[in-house]
Write a protein that binds this ligand. Structure first.
Ligand SMILES: [Ca+2]
Ligand SMILES: [Ca+2]
Length: 366
């Protein structure tokens, strides 16, 4: 979930999907829609339990009263919480999670507070990993009972206070090409700190660029599209349009009627390399006889993650028909450091087929 862009309805729907239990831990709860949903679920027989941060009774007081009056199990977090880890005590319950039926958790950076919904950038993830959810439930049960606990890490879950710093440092220090940090505020023991925006300099230990080929299933030899997205009938092994190598290729168009085929793959292009080369082999045959008009076309484009075309690398047509395959190469260095999609789009007019056959693609970086 990316907020505020996607809105809160998925969170409400998640709560309303509960059939057995809802366990919510939240720093600030000031959302009457959500509070009413919790009360209604309790009345419908779902066991609802809520932990609110005790340091924010001025914000959480109304929700506490409504939940309590509605029969929901609600408690303020203990200000005497003591994790057994390094004898460190804390006074804030800053956690923001909802666990439904003990099987799926929503983990949020944002509070459930309508005051801030429209103006705050927040992220949330729905997590069905059993180890993650079990760890959240284990901590919830201890915090709800106000007993000490040292949380166990999940598969993709770390805890504060206990071990989050070491895991975060490990993630940061593992960066090889780029490090994007979005953070409301940050401070650490080195004295580095910032608010809203800040920069860490990353010095990768091993060179700047690991030579690599970035496209998956580059010659279509899995016999299916993934990780490409392809329109119906594109992934081909028929001898009508033989591959450049192997047994499979991508055959766009060839119908002789008005038709569009697409073939695309999302790819993260790292920064820090000196060479970024897209290449593919292309065969074109056609029933068109014109030597002047491009009736059927194949475009090769780069799109951003929102689907906006950033650049058209080439457009081929029935005029470019050749016997056999030719290799084409393009420089993608303009897209270094970006998440982009490579897309081939083949469009035919109403008559006389043109086939655009692609094989042995690659994006080589070095
Ligand atoms: Ca092939
Ligand atoms: Ca045509």
């Amino acid at each position: 979930m990316i907020l505020p862009d996607q809105g809160e309805s998925a969170i409400y729907n998640f709560v309303n999907s509960a059939t057995k239990s809802i366990d919510m831990t939240i720093y600030e709860l000031r959302d009457t829609t959500l509070v009413n949903d919790l009360v209604n679920k309790e009345k419908a027989g779902v066991q609802v339990r809520v932990i609110l941060n005790a340091q924010h009774t001025s914000v959480n007081g109304a929700a506490y009263s409504t939940l309590s009056a509605g029969g929901v199990g609600v408690t303020y977090s203990s200000s005497a919480y003591v994790y057994t880890h390094q004898n460190s005590a804390y006074v804030y319950t800053h956690q923001k999670t909802i666990t439904v039926d003990g099987t799926k958790s929503y983990i949020s950076t944002g509070n459930f507070d309508t005051t801030y919904y429209s103006t705050s950038r927040d992220y949330g993830v729905f997590d069905s990993d059993s180890a993650d959810v079990a760890a959240i439930e284990q901590v919830f049960n201890a915090d709800y009972a106000k007993t000490a606990i040292t949380p166990s890490v999940g598969t993709d879950l770390v805890w504060s206070p206990t071990d989050s710093q070491s895991h975060l440092l490990s993630l940061i220090n593992g960066a090889q090409h780029s490090l994007d940090v979005e953070e409301e505020a940050a401070t650490d023991t080195t004295g580095a700190n910032g608010s809203t925006t800040f920069t860490w300099n990353v010095n990768p230990s091993s060179g700047k660029c690991t030579p690599n080929q970035l496209l998956g299933n580059p010659g279509f030899e899995t016999g299916s599209a993934a990780p490409w997205s392809a329109s119906s009938g594109v992934i081909n092994s028929s001898s009508s349009e033989p591959p450049h190598s192997g047994s499979w290729d991508a055959w766009l168009d060839g119908y002789g009627t008005t038709h569009t085929d697409t073939l695309s793959q999302a790819v993260t292009i790292p920064s820090g390399c000196s060479s970024y080369q897209l290449s593919f082999w292309l065969h074109i045959d056609t029933a068109e006889t014109t030597t002047t008009s491009a009736y059927d076309t194949l475009s090769v484009q780069i799109l951003n993650s929102s689907g906006t075309v950033l650049g058209t690398l080439a457009t081929y047509s029935n005029l470019d028909h050749i016997t056999g395959y030719a290799q084409h190469t393009f420089d993608l260095s303009a897209y270094a450091g970006q998440n982009v999609t490579l897309r081939f789009t083949g469009s035919e007019d109403y008559e006389l087929q043109t086939s655009f056959v692609i094989d042995d693609t690659a994006i080589n970086i070095s």
